[in-house]
Every structure is written in structure tokens, then in C-alpha cells.
Design a binder for this molecule. Sequence first.
Ligand code: SAH
Length: 230
Amino acid sequence: MTEERESLRSGIKLLGLSATVGQENQLLAYLTELEEANRSFNLTRIARDEFVTLHLLDSLAALRALPDSPNLRVLDIGTGAGFPGVPIAALLPGSSVTLLDSTGKKVRFAVAAAQKSGLANVLGIHGRAEMLGQTEGYRESFDAVTSRAVAPFGTLVEWMLPLVRIGGVAVALKGTGYREEMEGCEALVSRLGGGKPQVHSLLLPNTGIERFVISIPKVASTPKTFPRSK
Ligand code: SAH
């Protein structure tokens, strides 16, 4: 077994998740697509030997905060090179994952690379979260909205919560700075229809890196005035 597959397999186990060999193949194929495309345009600053941990396992940490249902509609805001959306799609083949990014070529890369890797449940939208959040058919429609490394907490909740259906959840992946970012945001979260945020901390497998999965239940409708346009 390659070293990469081994660390993926053990990391998935450490996260309390499981994947078939076919799903491992899809995830590793996606990394190869990313490495290749990254030679011609800048998609990630992370080197291949850290892809498994910093892209795949970090993304998969979001799974434990998602609703326990096999067929979710998930939106990943500011997906960039496809994280956390694509790894989530690989482990939830019965769900559909929509990748949103304001940079068209990133969305095009991620959707094409996911298809080449054998994923049939990934869709892409080139656009901005604050516009999609005001678009009929998308607003308050997703079971879960995810996001990693896109904006500070206060901005992020305004982009995420309007897109979550009542009963669904917004899930943000954050580093240690999350506490300061969340300070003073209670009123905004509640105004947006969010319930009490839950913070789950974990150590990324095989690293000392501490990560925080912040999930906010959508408990009430978001007022029409949100998200405000930037
Ligand atoms: N989530 C990825 C990429 C993070 S970089 C990862 O963790 O690896 C942030 C991405 O958010 C960029 O690709 C940028 O184009 C996108 N972005 C920034 N503002 C946005 C907005 N308002 N709507 C949609 N995408 C946005």
C-alpha cells in the first residue's frame, strides 16, 4: 500500500469515519488531478505530501457535524480547489454537493476533476455567496452549508445561514483564532435564524494541529435583508 493511502486510511479511522477502497481511490485520484492542475495555475500552496492531512482529512472532519442522513443537499461556500466539498461528496455518495466559488476557473477545475475521479454527485456554481443567498431556489434550501478558510466568522454566518433550510446546519472549519472571531456575533447569529453554535475540537490525525468544527443549527427563517450585498 502506498504511504499516502495508508495515512488516508488510518486518518479516516482516527476521525471515526469509514471509507471503501473505491472511495479511497476517488479521493486519491482527486489529489492527482489537483497536483497536476496546480502546475499551470495556482490552486493550493500546500505540497502534495501534505494533501492527505491538510486537504482530505481536514475536510472530512466536517462530516461529524452534518445531519445523519444518506441523501443530503450540501453547499460548500468558497470551495477553492474543492475543499471541504469534494471529500464530503466522496464519502456521501447518496448526497449532492454543490461547490460555490466567485472564481470561475476554480469551480471549473473542481467539478471536472471530481468527475474524472469518479464522483457523480458534485455540481458547481460560479458566483458569490451573498448573491446566491438572495436567489430563489437556493435560499433556505440546503440541508448543510460548509465553508473553510473563506471569511471571518461574522461575515461567514451572514453568507451561510441564509442558504440553510430550517432544520439544517451551517458548518465552518476554523483554526485556533475562532474564539476571537466569534466574540460579539451572538446577536447576528440569532438575527440570521441561527441557534446556539456548537464547537467541536479535534487534532488533525498525525499532526499537532488543532482544528475546530463549528456548527450552527438553523432554527428560524432569515429576514429578507440578509445577506446584505457587499
Ligand atoms: N475552501 C477552500 C478555499 C479557501 S480560499 C480551502 O479551504 O482550501 C477562499 C475561496 O473563497 C477563494 O477561492 C475565493 O475565490 C472564494 N470566495 C471569497 N469570497 C467569496 C464569496 N463571497 N462567495 C463565493 N466565494 C468566495
